[in-house]
Design a protein around this ligand. Structure first.
Ligand code: ADP
Ligand code: MG
Length: 722
């Protein structure tokens, strides 16, 4: 039997894989490795004059502007450090609205005018860059002829070195804005929202009588899910290569139904990859912590320890890039698409989020008796109010053609945004609705009936995987975020709507009569519990009853990106973002337009691939088989044997269906839309389902055509040969 070349190559890669040592944690302990390639606090302290160090530290810790004169000193120190480490170039790294990471590299070398060159790097070069803005999406903010765009150093996010076998590049995290000062990136709104959150959170803390209050920052710990498949398969699947997901593929005989993947033993090649990826991430100062097998076959997860949310967002981008790059060294491809394979779980990115500072700690820490912890309840109630008012926005912030496949598909959180508070807190909120909260259900301990096992401390609430936004002890977990998405936009949204709620509460409390503060707090809490309690839901988010119940409660259920896009520039969004200086109406409208534009492009590319693969691969294969079957029937007839033509008619029928469905697709693609919104809706409601119809025919053919002639790697091969 002949086997497809990619299968042979992958089998050989999996079979012949031998661990070669690429990282040596024994030689260089991970603690020594950590931050090795980062211009971090320790290096700053070593290399900067005391005054410059202090000034830079102040900017980082309290959000003040960097003092004049310090910039050049810092630039020289960074340059010297980078050159000693072998750097030849520096790059301003930014996140344009495509969500990818962009970088413009410049050499340190400057001609000295006498035929030689010297390494130069001024404060201005550190602080400001000027990439052409016209080739990035701007949603109409920039026209091609007005191309100027600027990158500006984000002092709060450390510079780092990216090592390549042939050289080293100094990377400088930057914000990216247009000549008119409008944000063209994802970082700018994060920074602006962090500032807004700080101001509003400190108002509340002040009301609670704190005098020493450090800058409050949002914290984030994003858990990244991903697939790894043998790269031989990836390269032989044009759909994976171009669209990031399989557009065809019959269900394998075995999927994830045995539930034998989650937390299963990690395959050797994959574990070796993880070690190396983690070593690289350690060197970059990304505090990766957890790794495990995920629910679907060949699916994994990596999670860092939480950090300042702005830095976490930068680190998350580095993590995605590193996973992809290192996987290739192991003959693997890292798939970050939300739904690379139909029929098994997709990937998400759970964004754990909280807020806090060095003086008051984590502001979402309830303690053992949350009902009595008024300050915690205020912050928690602010989240409840924010999510209730802006649930549609939180859904819209994670909308994309790829995430639409995941949300609401009974494996990932539903498209309805609700909050899971857990039993203990939900009970406190129920009490608040009626008036004052007087008790907290105890967490308790758990005895396992075996004396040698420790007594376990029980959490006060169970977990709920079906909730898109869950309280998990001392933070919220925004679970609807997409696996290949930057966390920046969802993060900025959370910070902004939280700032809005805190502002609302602070304004009320500031008006409380003297000596009546506690009553005022109780009053606000009860008011919020009553007005916004509808967003709290502790039950099964996958159930049909919840969909009906959510509709009764008036919670939006935005199923697709097309439904979501308008929310990005809706009145409620603009009001919140403008009030706190995060984004203007025009910037928001631009973002809305880009989401639609990207959606249209994504579905168009998928339609192109489907049409191409059917005519160049699937139809020829099926028709060759049809001929073979016809010849078999004719030969049997000639030999006087009664032929069995059932398979021939089945294949013939499927080919006819396929022709018909492809013709329908062509017709649908002839549709002329009046505007991008209408085009997106047409692609969503007509073209996308039609791709599914075509897939149905091809997958049925895959089930009957001879394995050795099938032109593409199968699900079974991709998911299980590892
Ligand atoms: P789980 O609740 O899922 O068991 P962990 O405590 O292991 O979680 O945390 C999961 C993720 O949440 C990790 O990335 C962790 O760093 C992050 N996390 C924990 N505390 C916070 C916090 N205060 N703010 C933001 N993220 C946090
Ligand atoms: Mg997980």
């Amino acid at each position: 039997m002949s086997v497809s070349p990619s299968r042979l190559a992958a089998i050989s890669a999996a079979n012949n894989y031998r661990t070669t040592k690429t990282v040596d944690f024994a030689g260089s302990h991970s603690a020594g490795l950590f931050g090795k390639n980062v211009f971090n606090d320790k290096i700053m302290q070593q290399r900067l004059p005391k005054a410059a160090y202090k000034s830079l530290r102040k900017t980082i810790d309290s959000g003040t502007t960097l003092e004049a004169g310090v910039l050049d000193i810092v630039a020289t120190a960074i340059k010297d450090w980078a050159l000693e480490r072998g750097a030849t170039h520096y790059a301003h790294v930014f996140q344009p609205l495509t969500g990818i990471t962009a970088e413009k590299h410049d050499s340190f070398l400057e001609p000295d005018g006498r035929g030689g060159a010297i390494a130069e790097f001024s404060g201005k070069q550190l602080a400001q860059g000027e990439p052409d803005a016209s080739s990035f999406p701007s949603g109409g903010i920039r026209a091609t002829f007005e191309a100027r765009g600027y990158t500006a150093w984000d002092v709060t996010s450390p510079c780092y070195l990216i090592e390549n076998a042939n050289g080293v590049t100094l990377c400088i995290p930057t914000a990216f804005v247009s000549w008119t000062g409008e944000a063209l990136d994802l970082k700018t709104p994060v920074l602006r929202s962090m500032k807004a959150l700080d101001v509003q959170a400190r108002r509340i803390l002040k009301l609670f009588g704190h005098s020493n209050i450090a800058m409050v920052t949002a914290t984030a710990g994003p858990e990244q899910e991903y697939f790894l498949i043998d790269r031989n398969f990836y390269l032989s699947r044009p759909d994976l290569l171009t669209a990031g997901r399989t557009l065809f593929g019959a269900k394998p005989p075995k999927g994830q139904e045995f539930e034998d993947q989650y937390f299963g033993v990690i395959p050797d090649r994959v574990l070796a990859f993880m070690h190396e990826a983690e070593a690289e991430l350690y060197a970059l100062g990304v505090p990766v912590k957890t790794r495990h097998n995920e629910v679907a076959p060949s699916q994994y997860e990596i999670a860092p320890i939480y950090e300042n949310a702005n830095i976490a967002a930068d680190h998350q981008q580095l993590m995605m890039i590193t996973l992809k790059r290192v996987a290739r060294k192991y003959g693997l491809e890292c798939l970050l698409h939300e739904k690379p394979f139909a029929g098994v779980n997709g990937s998400g990115k759970h964004l754990n989020w909280s807020l806090g500072n060095g003086t008051q700690g984590n502001l979402l820490e309830p303690g053992h008796t949350p009902h009595a912890n008024m300050q915690f309840l205020v912050f928690c109630a602010a989240v409840v109010r924010a999510v209730h008012r802006h649930g549609a926005l939180l859904r819209a912030m994670v909308a994309s053609a790829s995430n639409d496949h995941r949300l609401g598909a009974n494996e990932a959180p539903p498209a309805i945004i609700s909050i899971f508070l857990g039993e203990q807190l939900a009970d406190v909120f129920d009490q608040l609705k009626k008036g004052k909260a007087r008790s907290s259900k105890a967490a308790g301990t758990m005895h396992l009936g075996v004396d040698t096992l420790p007594v376990l401390m029980k959490d006060a609430g169970d977990r709920n995987r079906t909730s898109p936004f869950a309280f998990t002890g001392n933070k919220f977990e925004y679970r609807a975020v997409a696996s290949n998405q930057s966390i920046a936009a969802p993060l900025a949204a959370l910070n902004t709507i939280m700032a809005e709620s805190l502002d609302y509460i602070a304004t009320k409390l500031e008006q409380a009569p003297r000596g009546k503060f506690n009553e005022a707090v109780a009053g606000v809490l009860t008011e919020i519990a009553k007005a916004h309690g509808a967003v709290i839901f502790n039950g099964n988010g996958y159930s049909e009853e919840w969909h009906q119940e959510a509709a009764r409660r008036g919670l939006p259920n935005l199923k697709t990106t097309v439904d979501c896009a308008p929310v990005l520039a809706a009145r409620s969004t603009v009001d919140a973002y403008e009030k706190f200086g995060v984004l203007t109406k025009r910037e928001l409208q631009a973002r809305r337009d880009i989401v639609i534009e990207q959606y249209v492009k994504a579905i168009m590319v998928e339609a192109n691939i489907v049409a191409e693969l059917v005519s160049t691969k699937y139809l020829p294969t099926a028709m060759r088989y049809q001929t073979e079957l016809a010849q078999n029937v004719a030969a049997l007839k000639a030999a006087g044997v009664k032929p069995d033509a059932r398979l021939l008619s089945k294949v013939t029928g499927l080919i006819a269906d396929l022709h018909a469905e492809v013709a329908k697709l062509a017709e649908l693609r002839g549709h002329h839309a009046k505007n991008p919104e209408e085009e997106a809706a047409h692609l969503c409601h007509a073209v996308l389902p039609q791709l599914g119809e075509i897939r149905r025919c091809v997958d049925a053919l895959e089930a009957v055509c001879p394995d050795e002639s099938w032109p593409m790697p199968t699900y079974e091969e991709m998911l299980f040969i590892k």
